[in-house]
Design a protein around this ligand. Structure first.
Ligand code: MEV
Length: 309
């Protein structure tokens, strides 16, 4: 018998980095998935289509999640974990969080632990902390819960519900980056310019709350304006770079309502919203320039798991 789990990728719509320091952020689960199978074995093993076998740095956090859960719930850590993914790693689209959440969910299912979404998030955070240092928890929260959430540290995520669907454009720069390094850079900026940082964080927190209202009201033009403002704040912190700024410019020049980097920056992906009639040509235009680009319909489901005999 084995347990299977699927968890969605994510996009931070607004508020990344500032969320680590207490601001509100808005995040959406995306309809791209990480698939995980967990089955009993004679030893701990993990195999991934992206990262090879256990021992590779990227897979160590998976063992942390399994060891942590096995210890906490008095279960055997000797399982074989198989991971396959439609989410590019290091692209700012939550590949690591989706993996940790899916591993936690499949391990829970295999051992009939019946963990709730908040408990799965806690288990996934053990792996997330070992990769990212001091993450806010927004990534595993949205990958586990699904849909769209408003998130701040020290509070339960708030679900943002709306009628129908919305669409986002995501485009991957092809540049991998370390979230840990980016979070560390922002903390240094906060230490060096505490007053400026506090005002920026308060502004972005307000911006995330307004962005959630605009998404709800289907005011994509208004949302786009806020995305571009948020990008400027991230540039001012030094977490953007030439490649991402050029992609944002390109998205704006092709008719997007607004665009920004999404996730930790320094590489990874950009996010845009655009008038319906322009989405196709924007996706084609960015793809033709060599950037992996797709249109994502939200809301998307959170983690799901089941047993296979
Ligand atoms: C990464 O998706 C979002 C960051 O804000 C880090 C975090 O909140 O854990 C950069």
């Amino acid at each position: 018998m084995r347990a299977i789990a699927e968890a969605p990728a994510k996009a931070i719509v607004t508020g990344e980095h500032f969320v680590v320091h207490g601001a509100w952020a808005l995040a959406a689960a995306l309809p791209r998935k990480v698939h995980v199978a967990v089955e009993p074995s004679s030893k701990f093993e993990v195999v991934s289509d992206q990262f090879g076998k256990v021992g590779s740095a990227e897979l160590l956090p998976v063992s942390r999640v399994v060891e942590g859960m096995a210890r906490e719930f008095s279960e055997k850590p000797t399982v074989r974990v198989t991971i396959s993914s439609d989410v590019p790693g290091g692209a700012g689209l939550g590949s690591s969080a989706a993996t940790m959440v899916a591993v936690a969910s499949a391990f829970s299912k295999l051992n009939s632990l019946g963990l709730t979404v908040p408990e799965l998030i806690d288990s996934a955070m053990v792996g997330e902390r070992s990769i990212h240092g001091n993450p806010s928890g927004i990534d595993p929260a949205v990958c586990a819960q699904g849909g769209v959430i408003l998130f701040r540290t020290e509070a339960a995520p708030k679900k943002v519900s709306f009628e129908g669907t919305r669409s986002l454009i995501l485009s991957y720069s092809g540049l991998k980056r370390s979230t840990k390094g980016q979070i560390g850079h922002v903390s240094k900026m906060k230490d060096r310019y505490p007053g400026m940082f506090e005002s920026l964080a308060a502004g972005i927190s307000e911006l995330s709350l307004r962005a959630s209202e605009m998404l709800r009201a289907d005011d994509m033009k208004g949302l786009g304006t806020l995305l571009t403002v948020n990008h400027a704040a991230l540039m001012s912190l030094g977490v953007s770079n030439d490649a991402l700024d050029k992609m944002v410019d390109l998205l704006l020049s092709m008719g997007s309502y607004g665009a920004k980097l999404t996730g930790a920056g320094g590489g990874g992906s950009v996010l845009a919203v655009a008038p319906e009639g322009k989405e196709k040509s924007i996706v084609t235009g960015l793809s033709a320039r060599g950037f992996e680009t797709f249109r994502a319909t939200i809301p998307a489901e959170g983690v799901k798991s089941w047993l296979e005999r």
